[in-house]
Design a protein around this ligand. Structure first.
Ligand code: HEC
Ligand code: HEC
Length: 794
């Protein structure tokens, strides 16, 4: 038990007290899209400022009022639906009140309220009256276009700084000038050990080996760091690392529906992303292919896999024994999810908010929304080959024929089993069928998988007799949609041609005319949307390197989002990113080679207490001005991969089908763990992996007791502890101090302090004996794996 206590003491991820919880972007999004419409239609008539008299003393339209509750006190215990009166009231299980009084809500709506309470009943602090357009007054687009993120990009000369020697790349003067304005100094550069570990974890998601660290630390050349960065950017592991960042946005999953089948091929898209990033495919082309690879001439056939961005969209169950109106609502929800993912990923705009009413904050109308919905209504999720068409056709014919033959074989086999004696020539017939199957299976590309992709086909939801619905796709056709008033497809408004957003494309955007319009959409993003598109990706890359973007809401560049801390820098960087051919590797270099990036993440411990007026911790506690590097918690992928690498267990094979992370034999990078929308793997779920059902704007690290339990009990961590112990024992036989030193180098990239060495020796030496016991090594290794130092990059 002693070692458990030791682990408890070392596992200090918890410590940091955070600010009082501000609802996350995802929670607010959930409130606006699911909860508010429900409250409005079901409760506000009696529980809001609209009510003639407020019933039960309860208002549900103001955050403070919701927190306060009604006549009988609080009606919501955040996070505890089972104990909340509001939930009991809508479930009709309370003796006190049953709400709404006129009849129970449908189960799906009750679930939304339960989920809302479960999430802590998040709603915007000022949830009553947004200043912007209401449904009655039309959007003022000219006014809307004056908002900062819709402005053209502006390049700036680097500002003058008092210290002219500090800057390494062109971003540094922008940062330094702001620091100087506030009377702050940048932190000193971090030491080389920390720097190589930081850069390797950041660019590859893998720790550097002790040998790589020594080589870098002892490299006297002035360009040692630049060469290190080149080597990291050239490593294929770079593509794996940054693919995962992108896959968060693309809500990657291994399959489109909730059921993972062995035939699922989401990985073709995952591998395409990694390949494209490794090849430094220009970002404009990266965007274009993901929306419209099938409309681009001269692409290699396997580029079709890029369409997985749309091809892997979540699909929802449609019970066709229902009226078309209900099915159409479900279909519209699918469009909403896709519009949300496309608009937030590429433009940082929350267009999905304009499904039921004009956007309440941004200049986006329901017409803009349905113009885009038309593109999606003309786009079908289909499997497509990634090989030249003649080969694909031959392979498909072979597969169809095999399926037919196999059926015949099965029938014969069944007869034989039922006891019907097979005549001799039947045996021969069976044999002939089997060899025919074998021959067909040898057709080239017989087993080459098809990609989850899309093509152009217009979807119609049609009645199919009474209370039945059919979905009909018309291949190579496109359709425009009607506005669904208040989001209700049974209440259609005007037809809107497929086109781009008015705020970006002007008051009369030209209609899309080529097929579904996907290629025209991509081109509009890259032309009319260019400044926004470039700002959004540059800001994301900034956030991936520094922990938080210059705009701290990477997928919301609208009025409700954050404002850039360094607007000139963001614009300048975005403009130069385009000038440098949209090269993401150029952008990485610009950021990672900067002096800002190379700063220490903490004040040197030896430093004497600073005078209060000069203490950066007082002036800029959240480090918005970047007077130091941010200390960062590793994502679950980098953390798991680090354990595998240190233990010597990492299987570095790249690409191909994923495998279950719960399988202890799976030692591949976490990127290759199966992602299931219905049931996310425990480790991923516990350690803040994003919900693969929707666009994930950024990871939000949480600290929970369950994480601690996981580290202590997980067979995976135990397995790595055992391997790590074995590894250092065999690498430094008989030399316990050397083993301890080695394990520190493998895990943390440094030597143990004398105190840590002494502690390790004491731990490994059983009480009352004088010589270390090798059997204690796995426990010691386990304690080190559980330490917070492993889970952070300084
Ligand atoms: C038609 C009017 C009406 C509607 C619609 C309505 N309520 Fe009520 N609500 C009342 C009245 C009246 C009371 C007071 C009932 C009582 O004290 O018996 C009340 C009381 C409550 C209370 C208890 C407040 C307290 O502190 O005692 C809760 C919780 C509540 N309502 C929730 C809801 C929710 C959630 C909805 C929407 C899903 C809703 N109500 C819709 C009329 C309404
Ligand atoms: C499924 C339909 C639907 C979606 C999607 C939706 N809303 Fe709403 N929302 C409503 C309805 C219905 C109302 C109440 C009627 C109205 O104000 O138009 C409303 C009201 C609001 C209000 C209050 C307006 C007022 O005048 O008090 C705000 C703010 C709001 N929505 C914001 C949003 C945001 C932000 C999003 C996107 C994250 C969003 N809504 C998405 C249906 C929706």
């Amino acid at each position: 038990v002693g070692w458990l206590i030791a682990i408890g003491a070392m596992f200090t991820i918890s410590a940091r007290a955070d600010h009082p919880p501000r609802p996350s972007a995802a929670d607010l999004d959930f409130f606006e899209r699911k909860v508010r419409p429900l409250l409005v239609s079901r409760c506000y008539e009696c529980h809001s400022s609209q009510a003639k008299t407020i019933q039960g003393g309860l208002r549900l339209d103001l955050a403070v009022a919701v927190a306060k509750g009604g006549d009988s006190g609080p009606v919501i215990l955040p996070g505890q639906p089972e104990k909340s009166l509001l939930v009991a009231a809508v479930r009709y299980t309370s003796d006190l009140v049953q709400m709404p009084p006129t009849g129970k809500l449908p189960e799906s709506e009750i679930e939304i309220l339960v989920e809302w309470v479960h999430r802590g009943a998040p709603m915007p602090a000022d949830s009553s009256a947004p200043k912007a357009a209401s449904t009655s007054s039309p959007i003022d687009f000219a006014q809307g276009r004056t908002f900062w993120s819709f402005q053209p990009l502006r390049k700036s000369a680097p500002p003058a700084c008092r210290d002219a020697t500090w800057a390494s790349t062109s971003i540094d003067p922008f940062i330094l000038a702001r620091l100087e304005e506030h009377g702050l100094n940048p932190s000193p550069p971090t030491d080389r050990r920390t720097l190589i570990r930081r850069a390797a974890l950041d660019l590859l998601g893998l720790p550097p080996s002790p040998e790589e660290i020594e080589a870098f630390v002892n490299d006297p050349a002035p360009d040692a760091y630049a060469r290190l960065i080149e080597r990291l950017l050239a490593s294929p592991h770079y593509g794996e690392r940054y693919a995962r960042h992108w896959l968060d946005l693309a809500r990657y999953s291994d399959a489109t529906d909730n059921f993972l089948q062995s035939t699922e091929r989401g990985w073709l898209y995952r591998d395409w992303v990694a390949r494209a990033l490794n090849a430094d495919l220009p970002y404009d082309e990266f965007v274009r292919r993901q929306l419209a690879a099938d409309h681009l001439p001269d692409l290699a056939p396997d580029e079709i896999a890029a369409l997985g961005f749309l091809g892997l969209s979540p699909t929802y169950w449609k019970e066709l024994k229902l009226d078309p109106g209900m099915i159409e609502t479900i279909v519209h929800s699918e469009f909403e999810e896709r519009i949300d993912c496309v608009s937030r990923t590429f433009l940082g705009l929350t267009m999905a908010c304009a499904r039921c009413h004009d956007h309440k904050y941004d200049p986006i109308g329901t017409e803009d929304y349905y113009a885009l919905a038309g593109v999606l209504a003309s786009t079908r999720l289909v499997d497509r080959p990634i090989i030249p068409q003649p080969l694909a056709t031959a392979a498909q014919q072979a597969r169809d024929e095999v399926a037919r033959l196999q059926q015949e074989i099965d029938e014969l086999a069944k007869k034989a089993k039922e006891g019907a004696p097979l005549p001799l020539d039947m045996e021969q017939h069976l044999e002939a069928l089997r060899s025919k199957v074998a021959a067909l299976q040898a057709t080239p590309h017989y087993n080459t998988p098809l990609a989850h992709a899309v093509d152009d086909a217009a979807l119609f939801v049609l009645p199919d007799g009474p209370h039945r619905t059919k979905l009909e796709y018309k291949p190579n056709e496109a359709r425009d949609m009607r506005v669904a008033i208040r989001g209700n497809p049974s209440n259609p408004g005007a037809v809107v041609p497929r086109r781009f957003l008015k705020v970006l494309a002007g008051d009369a955007p030209p209609p899309f005319q080529k097929g579904s319009g996907r290629l025209e959409l991509a081109d509009a993003l890259l032309n009319e949307g260019r400044p926004l598109l470039a700002r959004v990706i540059v800001n994301r890359v900034w956030g991936w390197h520094f922990g938080v973007g210059l705009v701290d809401t990477p997928s919301n560049f609208g009025a409700q989002g954050g404002r850039p801390t360094h607007p000139d820098l963001l614009d300048d960087l975005a403009a130069r990113f385009i000038e440098h051919g949209w090269s993401l590797k150029w952008l990485h270099r610009e950021l990672v080679l900067s002096a800002v990036y190379q700063q220490a993440s903490s004040l040197p411990r030896s430093q004497a207490p600073l005078p209060p007026e000069g203490d950066p911790r007082a002036i800029d506690p959240d480090n918005h001005l970047l007077w130091r590097m941010n200390r960062r918690r590793l994502e679950v992928e980098a953390w798991r991969d680090t354990m595998l690498a240190a233990a010597g267990n990492l299987d570095p094979r790249m690409g191909g089908p994923g495998a279950d992370l719960a399988d202890l034999g799976n030692c591949r990078r976490t990127l290759y763990g199966l992602v299931n929308r219905r049931e996310l793997n425990d480790m991923l779920r516990l350690f803040d992996f994003p919900d693969p059902n929707a666009h994930g704007e950024s990871r939000v690290p949480t600290t929970t007791p369950l994480q601690q339990l996981f580290v202590l009990n997980s067979p995976f961590v135990r397995q790595q502890a055992l391997a790590l112990a074995g590894r250092v024992q065999s690498e430094r036989p008989g030399d316990v101090a050397g083993q301890i030193q080695r394990v520190y180098q493998l895990l943390f990239g440094r030597d143990p302090t004398p105190g840590q060495l002494a502690l390790g020796l004491e731990f490994l030496t059983p009480r009352g004996t004088r010589s270390p016991d090798a059997n204690l090594w796995p426990q010691y290794a386990h304690a080190l794996l559980a330490s917070s130092e492993l889970a952070f990059a300084e």
